[in-house]
Design a protein around this ligand. Structure first.
Ligand code: PLP
Length: 405
């Protein structure tokens, strides 16, 4: 007898980061003089690269001239950007991706939340634990909560794949064969990045089982080691089992500007033989009117030599923070993961404190804001996430305060 996973039968009370924001606001109200160091939310702090600013100005000026004014953008994206993405982020790596397999969007959050719409309601969804909450919440909101579909005699469900110290934060294949598998590498929150062999094993598993992998590469720019793939399309056989979601937020600082892309190969089908490319094209075209022209020109500028160099420098500055935070914590005796191919540092809480107890301790005694690991899933309990997206000075200050605890 199938037992629905009761944890998923209800929606979480509120989004993790809203809960943190409320706690921090309450603390600040009580302690108006406290100078908080915020290493919690994964938002960037460096301004946009000069090449992007230049492209934005130029594109804005074009809007004043009737000859170059742009109205509605093509709903799947301007060809100049689809080409730049396919050429630089895929074909340059040897991945066989055509320009028109790139769907431009306003970011990876909406794409990773919306992509479930092209899968059947009765599907089994596998997510890592801990997990970027959007994958779970969007499927629960779509009704995949352990319900039975009489027509297909199938149950929907969301199943967790624990990522622990024991398995090196690399998920094992789930007990229940899934239809859709979400993988984020480099991972938010653990900072783990799958090696080429590990990702190839997942591609082979998905092809063997007729499953589709949704690969979130939002942190691809932070990869520093050669054996870590930048795209799932570097793996053999991935065109028949993978969708990739990209973001311009964490590499180029577009968290406020908003730009992303989803790549769906034309040969990709679900387990019923339904091609997914036309479904996403239809979904995108029906519910989305395209990222703004000026923002797509800004995205194109990321792929110029100037843009690439500026992005490398920006990522380098965040990674300097990551290395500093990681080494400092390790020096204080903390067990620390991540921070090598990722802007996230994933540390074990001291003295077996729960994630929220450690959150309160840091907030109250060090005035440092981080993110409790348990907010990302049960396997995140007794872990804590710090980000390297602050300034170097803020990172140094945070480590000094934690040292004094
Ligand atoms: N995917 C992951 C794994 C993330 O951590 C985030 C943001 O924190 C996003 C997607 C959202 O990216 P975007 O800003 O492009 O919506």
């Amino acid at each position: 007898m199938f037992e629905a996973n009761s944890d998923y039968l209800k929606l979480p009370g509120s989004y993790l980061f809203s809960t943190i924001a409320k706690k921090v606001a309450a603390y600040s109200k009580e302690h108006p003089d406290a100078k908080l160091v915020r290493l919690g939310i994964g938002d960037v702090t460096q301004p946009l690269p000069p090449a992007v600013i230049k492209a934005l100005h130029k594109a804005v000026d074009e809007q004043a001239d009737p000859a170059t004014f742009r109205g509605y953008a093509p709903d799947l994206g301007y060809e100049f950007l689809r080409h730049a993405i396919a050429e630089n982020s895929y074909r340059a790596l040897g991945c066989d991706i055509a320009d028109d397999e790139v769907f431009v969007s306003d970011g990876a959050k909406s794409d990773s939340g919306n992509i479930q719409e092209i899968f059947e309601k009765n599907n089994i969804i596998a997510v890592t634990d801990p997990v970027y909450p959007v994958y779970v919440d969007s499927n629960v909101m779509a009704g995949r909560t352990g319900t039975y579909d009489e027509k297909t005699t199938r149950w929907s469900d969301v199943v967790y794949m624990p990522c622990t110290e024991e398995n090196g934060f690399c998920p094992d294949f789930p007990e229940k064969t899934p239809d859709v598998i979400y993988i984020c590498s480099p991972n938010n929150p653990t900072g783990m990045a799958l090696t080429k062999d590990q990702l190839q094993a997942w591609v082979d598993y998905a092809n063997r089982n007729g499953a589709v992998i949704i690969f979130d590469s939002a942190y691809e720019a932070y990869i520093s080691e050669d054996h870590i793939p930048h795209s799932i399309f570097e793996c053999e056989g991935s065109r028949t089992c993978a969708i990739e979601i990209r973001s311009f937020s964490k590499n180029a600082g577009f968290t406020g500007l908003r730009l992303g892309a989803t790549i769906i190969p034309k040969d990709l089908k679900d387990h019923n033989g339904q091609a997914l490319y036309p479904l996403w094209a239809r979904r995108h075209g029906t519910k989305y009117n395209g990222a703004p022209y000026i923002v797509q020109r800004a995205g194109e500028a990321c792929y110029t030599n100037e843009g690439k160099q500026e992005i490398r420098e920006m990522v380098g500055r965040y990674m300097k923070n990551a290395g500093f935070i990681k080494d400092s914590l390790a020096g204080m005796g903390y067990t620390v993961y991540g921070g090598v191919n990722s802007p996230y540092i994933w540390l074990k809480t001291p003295n077996n404190l729960t994630s929220w107890e450690f959150f309160d301790l840091l907030l109250n005694k060090a005035n440092v804001v981080g993110t409790p690991g348990s907010g990302f899933g049960p396997s995140g309990e007794h872990f804590f996430r710090l980000t390297s997206f602050g300034t170097y000075e803020a990172s140094v200050e945070a480590m000094e305060r934690i040292r004094r605890l």
